[in-house]
Design a protein around this ligand. Sequence first.
Ligand SMILES: Cc1cc2nc3c(=O)[nH]c(=O)nc-3n(C[C@H](O)[C@H](O)[C@H](O)COP(=O)(O)OP(=O)(O)OC[C@H]3O[C@@H](n4cnc5c(N)ncnc54)[C@H](O)[C@@H]3O)c2cc1C
Length: 242
Amino acid sequence: MSRSVLISGASIAGPALAYWLNRYGFAVTVVEKASAVRGGGYPIDMRGPAVEVLRRMGLEETVRARHVATRRLTFLDGDGDVLNSVAPTVITGDEAGYDIELARGDLTSVLYDAVRDDVEFRFSESIAALEDRGDRVDVTFSSGRSQTFDLVIGADGLHSKTRSLALGPEEEFHRYLGYCFAGFTMPNYLGLSHEGMSWAVAGRSASLYAAGDGDRDQVHGVPGVHSRRRALLRVRRPGRAA
Ligand SMILES: Cc1cc2nc3c(=O)[nH]c(=O)nc-3n(C[C@H](O)[C@H](O)[C@H](O)COP(=O)(O)OP(=O)(O)OC[C@H]3O[C@@H](n4cnc5c(N)ncnc54)[C@H](O)[C@@H]3O)c2cc1C
């Protein structure tokens, strides 16, 4: 009988791992607390070994077809004047024509589509309790259902509930690095196209990133602050109180 594996989280790590475990004969179940695979997010880079992994999964061409092709990154000083404008590869070290940049949500969909027929996905579900029995793990889910697996893997991101259940409260493992940022989308009022724009002064920064063409799209906004203590960033929308 094949060994059973439970993966918590169906974003990038979850479906990618599910793909490989399924290919090597494991019986895989993935639980995701959202009601469907989550879209959204600005583009992320796939470089070097990650491209090779995609190739071995037979997904390279599918992913390459969604390549964003950022043309330039522009840096502004505190007054908003242009300091410099460069090709992204100057900064990222990406290999033009090999590395791929695509929207986070697109990558998640491609990975999910590659494995959804071979692996059981349970949405609106999450792990409520874990009992490690040495050679197996007894799991109670938020739905009340119970099941035993040979292995449980946390692929549930930054504030992983699985890690907390297995290792203790995450506060014990945090190391605050002094930087807070927020990410959101907003109207592309500057008409940016396939480019990023970044403003920075000591302790504060703000970036706009346009993955698409001109003013038809939205841009991704990412303000950030240096703060000795964790800060709560309030983003004010035009016409609304903060
Ligand atoms: C909606 C979203 C937007 C993002 N946008 C960007 C971006 O623009 N740029 C960027 O660089 N990175 C972004 N990230 C983060 C990036 O995807 C990850 O940091 C990185 O790719 C690692 O992926 P991951 O699969 O390990 O974790 P994540 O991508 O963080 O995914 C974790 C998954 O686990 C699920 N989950 C969380 N807790 C539980 C639980 N208790 N039970 C079951 N499921 C759970 C989440 O819903 C999510 O689907 C985003 C992540 C998400 C979820």
